[in-house]
Ligand binder design. Structure first.
Ligand code: AMP
Length: 249
């Protein structure tokens, strides 16, 4: 079985995001970048499937500037076998990512595609659903458990108010939620081996996809600063403040 996993290079989740002074976006210069955390979970799941003998090959795909190759190398160090890098300096919208992935799926014919449930930079949560729509495939979003068999995948999904278990016929597209697994740290020998794994570089034009942005960002601004809290001496004062100052009771 062949599995395709999408890995996005994003600002590291530990970095405090700074908005550019002209409000056109967030500062990425000299900022630590890493693999999107949900994609690390996706890679980990693929590697576990390979270790259990259910998957033979893991292909990692990343789209964006040349540094995405580092993200692919991280996926290799975790256990992915080979990579496809769609090189572009244009910021990709989810629909463009989904269209490019659909082309790669048509070429590679995987049985399973695993994405993160959302990229933590733009928080779109759209690529998985759009890809399933474009391909006409079944989809299991926000999964916290996966049981893979030859022709189907049984997944547990995190939904409002509980968990839902669904059976999907293969090929299918899944998106990972936080509780699916805990990604491993790559070992030094695996980081060394990752240097030798092959990345094929492609351009959006080769896939015939027009990636021109359809959306215009009007402004990005910092959230309003929170004022400092106060310690009140007793519950009487707290109630007074809630009633007279905050007007919430
Ligand atoms: P989104 O719908 O943009 O929140 O992204 C959901 C998932 O789609 C991510 O977790 C990735 O698995 C995949 N994805 C989005 N953008 C890219 C990209 N530029 N390169 C590779 N995968 C991506």
């Amino acid at each position: 079985m062949k599995v395709l996993v999408a890995v996005k290079r994003v600002i590291d989740y530990n970095v405090k995001i700074r908005v550019k002074s002209d409000g056109t976006g967030v500062e990425t210069n000299n900022v630590k970048m890493s693999m999107n955390p949900f994609d690390e979970i996706a890679v980990e799941e693929c590697v576990r499937l390979k270790e259990s003998g259910k998957v033979d090959e893991i292909i990692a795909v990343s789209m964006g500037p040349k540094q995405c190759q580092e993200t692919l190398r991280t996926a290799f160090a975790m256990g992915a076998d080979r990579g496809i890098h769609v090189l572009t300096d244009i910021s990709l919208e989810p629909l463009s990512v989904a269209k490019l992935l659909a082309k790669i799926v048509a070429e590679e014919q995987p049985d399973l595609v695993i994405l993160g449930k959302q990229a933590i930079d733009d928080d779109s949560n759209q690529c998985c659903q759009m890809l399933a729509g474009l391909l006409g495939w079944s989809q299991g979003t926000f999964i916290s458990k996966l049981e893979l068999s030859e022709n189907s995948a049984e997944v547990t999904r995190e939904i409002d108010g509980g968990l839902e278990t669904v059976q999907l016929s293969l090929p299918t597209i899944l998106s990972t939620d936080l509780r699916l697994n805990e990604p491993r740290y790559a070992s030094l020998p695996n980081i060394m081996k990752a240097k030798k794994k092959v990345i094929v570089e492609k351009s959006p034009d080769e896939y015939g996809i027009d990636i021109a942005p359809r959306l215009e960002i009007l402004e990005i601004s910092e959230p309003p600063k929170r004022s400092a809290g106060v310690i009140v001496p007793d519950t009487e004062t707290l109630l007074e403040k809630l009633r007279d100052e905050a007007g919430v009771i």
